[in-house]
Unconditional design. Structure first.
Length: 205
């Protein structure tokens, strides 16, 4: 687990999918990848039977990377194309990171996310080899707007075996769409992300 983040490039270089910016050039306000580290842990409200409307039983605190590993196989099928899994890994991570910066209190419990589709489906120790690898492969990558702010990357299921064109350029990724573009169109994960999140780009941390 990283204890701090830094932008590894020097100067400003533009390509089709990458933008590298020196920290001295960043003037954005609030939580950005230039001034905010990955959280070390995340607090998860455990709702009864993984029911979005169920009562909160307790709050579980686990390592941030472990959380991502225990969410991805419950949101993206582990059997899907590795490029779709990598796109999903980045979305899961950015969604979770955003919510650690915006905790909520409900029924006397303070937490970052719960274990249901209110946030992301989380099942403790459910990580799989394929999805764990996708998390690892993308761990030093983030996907952010030009301001470098840490933003929630939203996603929805969509419909199987099709482009899910209604999601393109919408700010919300289709999970089934990511698999379609990875498996059928043979797109790499950065190209898949670029279809859904306008003006966002990958940065290294």
């Amino acid at each position: 687990m990283k204890k701090g983040l830094k932008i590894v490039s020097v100067g400003v270089v533009f390509t089709s999918q990458f933008l590298f910016i020196m920290p001295s050039l960043v003037h954005a306000q609030g939580n950005t990848i230039a001034n905010t580290a990955y959280p070390s842990v995340i607090r998860i409200a455990i709702r009864e039977y993984n029911n979005p409307f169920g009562p909160i039983q307790y709050v579980q605190t686990i390592g941030f990377q472990e959380y991502c590993e225990d969410v991805l196989p419950n949101e993206w099928y582990p059997s899907w194309n590795p490029q779709a899994l990598r796109a999903g890994a980045i979305a899961v991570k950015m969604f979770a990171w955003y919510h650690t910066l915006h905790p909520v209190t409900d029924s006397g419990f303070t937490f970052d996310v719960d274990n249901t589709t209110n946030f992301q489906q989380f099942k403790y120790l459910s990580g799989r080899v394929e999805t764990n690898q996708a998390v690892l492969d993308t761990w030093n990558m983030v996907y952010v707007p030009p301001s470098l702010e840490i933003k929630e990357l939203s996603y929805r299921a969509g419909f199987p075996n099709e482009k899910n064109s209604m999601f393109l350029d919408s700010g919300t990724m289709s999970q089934w769409g990511s698999e379609y573009f990875a498996q059928t169109a043979k797109l790499p994960f950065l190209s898949i992300l670029s279809l859904y999140y306008p003006s966002f780009a990958m940065r290294f941390v």
